[in-house]
Design a protein around this ligand. Structure first.
Ligand SMILES: [Zn+2]
Length: 352
């Protein structure tokens, strides 16, 4: 069965120097080390195009993927920096870069936005930015379940405090990837420890809570293959029963999804052994956390398509993991792809 290969987890981690300089100046301003609120020098379309062509687009072609859901660098979201107006400006600028990339390569990318969360902040500006991005064509968003960057100072994602955001997502028909930003503690490594730990923390919050009983239309994606959750599936099945939540399938799996950002074959094997195939979306984190060639496999660690291909899934399951599940979880992506297909069908017909 021919299918598209949709990568649900990609980041713009190859930003031009101007953007890094601007963010550094913003943080100096927030820390009171500078009096002047910084201003971003315009970044040209040519600069953005050249960066994407040399990186994300080249790798898409090399690895045989068709569409990447692209969001700003996750570790750069920096929700722990205390200033709502700076956070809002940073989210807008970061999201506008994504929108320009998507506009330049509409068949290769769809936008996923960053939200201007801050510690102890209000959800109002967060929902406002979400609405602005969805209006601009974004198909998903990254929600940080711990804006403090490792302190877990806020309420659980199942706490009613979050309800306005979950209602907005359901109303807009947009799923959330639950994705933390940088660790603020030097003994907790951002991508090696904080990310994976956060994935487990939010999964357990979902097990303990009743989020989807209150928000049956909400869909969330837990990145990095669900952290360690699939590996410890028996623990969570048991805890769900002990807590009177029934089976994980009844309690969570209508609404909770996992990507395939797991960088070795036996990890992918464990993910697919534990989690139903309807709940797994292909993802690679392009260009992500771990770069380089694995001396054991002689391929890049984050070339996750190889591991999924090696599972020998039947046609229907392959279609689900590479295309169908993403279209179901991201209905705005589905509509976007259908619209593009209606305009120029030949380019969307792949046989991979
Ligand atoms: Zn990520």
């Amino acid at each position: 069965m021919p299918h598209l290969t949709i990568d649900c987890h990609g980041h713009f981690t190859t930003e031009p120097e101007e953007l890094h300089r601007f963010r550094a100046a913003q943080l100096e301003y927030v820390r009171g080390e500078s009096e002047t609120r910084p201003h971003l020098d315009a970044i040209s379309d040519e600069t953005l195009r050249a960066i994407i062509e040399a990186n994300q687009l080249r790798i898409q072609r090399e690895r045989g993927s068709d569409v990447t859901l692209l969001s700003p660098r996750a570790s750069g979201m920096g929700h722990h920096a205390p200033d709502q107006s700076i956070a809002t400006e940073w989210a807008q600028i970061s999201n506008d870069s994504i929108r320009r990339i998507v506009d330049a390569f509409p068949r290769n990318f769809a936008g996923v936005c960053q939200l201007p969360q801050v510690v102890d902040g209000s959800l109002e500006p967060v929902i406002e930015e979400l609405e602005r991005c969805v209006e601009a064509g974004f198909v998903g968003c990254n929600v940080n379940p711990d804006p403090s960057g490792g302190g877990w100072s806020g309420p659980s994602i199942t706490d009613p405090w979050w309800d306005p955001l979950w209602s907005a997502l359901a109303r807009l028909d947009v799923p959330a990837m639950l994705h933390v930003s940088a660790s603020t503690n030097p003994v907790v490594h951002t991508t090696g420890a904080h990310y994976i730990a956060a994935d487990v923390v939010v999964f357990m919050q979902l097990v303990q809570g009743d989020l989807f009983q209150r928000h049956p239309d909400l869909r969330v994606i837990i990145p990095h293959g669900g952290g360690a959750a699939p590996y410890h599936w028996g623990r969570y099945r048991g805890l769900a029963t002990m807590l009177g939540k029934g089976t994980l399938a009844e309690h969570l799996l209508e609404n909770t999804f996992f990507d395939t950002c797991v960088y070795h074959q036996s990890g992918i094997d464990a993910l697919f052994a534990a989690v139903p195939v309807e709940n797994i979306l292909f993802g690679s984190e392009l260009l992500g956390a771990v770069r380089g060639i694995d001396p054991e496999s002689r391929h890049e660690y984050d070339d996750t398509k190889r591991y999924v291909d090696a599972l020998g899934l039947d046609d229907a399951s392959r279609h689900a993991v590479f295309e169908g599940n993403a279209r179901r979880v991201y209905p705005r992506l589905d509509r976007r792809l259908n619209d593009l297909n209606a305009r120029r069908p030949s380019l969307m017909e792949t046989t991979r």
